[in-house]
Design a protein around this ligand. Structure first.
Ligand code: CA
Ligand code: CA
Length: 170
């Protein structure tokens, strides 16, 4: 991969986290993501699933800040993201899985709440679209996550997939 391709991918990952597009990643982006997921599935913030999602979002933010917010101003700039998060997560993808897992676990619980026996590809498509992925990309990613083609996506698929996506190879 040449340098400009690498830069483009980093920019896309940063944009995914910077949900309100104000140029830095902070706690607000994570609570906004939680709120968008709850709205997409009609789940109340005060419900057990809603509370779990907000706790997961806070843990995800704390984990990311611990890795990347070098000056401790509670914001992750693009530069901090590139020099901190991307490099450290690439060296240690399991760490990304750990910090993202409570959020992803809670998001899957919200997304799968109304379907029997697991989270469908359609649920995951709606989940990713709620996180602002374009609809066709969301559908493509959700389909790819269903590796055994049984129409369902499990936590065991989604956590490593997220880790792979965010630990951009150089
Ligand atoms: Ca932001
Ligand atoms: Ca900072």
């Amino acid at each position: 991969m040449d340098n400009s391709e690498y830069e483009r991918r980093i920019a896309a990952r940063f944009a995914t986290f910077d949900q309100d597009r104000n140029g830095y990643i902070d706690r607000e982006d994570f609570s906004r993501a939680a709120k968008a997921v709850l709205a997409a599935f009609g789940t109340a913030a005060r419900s057990a699933r809603g509370q779990a999602l907000y706790s997961g979002a806070e843990a995800f933010w704390q984990g990311m800040a611990g890795i990347a917010d070098r000056d401790g101003d509670q914001r992750i700039t693009r530069e901090e993201f590139v020099t901190g998060a991307v490099k450290r997560l690439r060296d240690n993808p399991e760490r990304f899985g750990e910090i993202a897992r409570p959020f992803l676990h809670a998001a899957l619980a919200v997304a799968g709440a109304d379907s029997d026996g697991g989270v469908t590809v359609g649920d995951v498509t709606r989940l990713l679209a709620a996180l602002d992925l374009p609809d066709h990309v969301a559908a493509e990613v959700a389909t790819a996550l269903d590796t055994d083609r049984d129409g369902r996506v499990g936590e065991a698929d989604i956590v490593p997939a997220f880790a792979r996506y965010f630990t951009v190879p150089e």
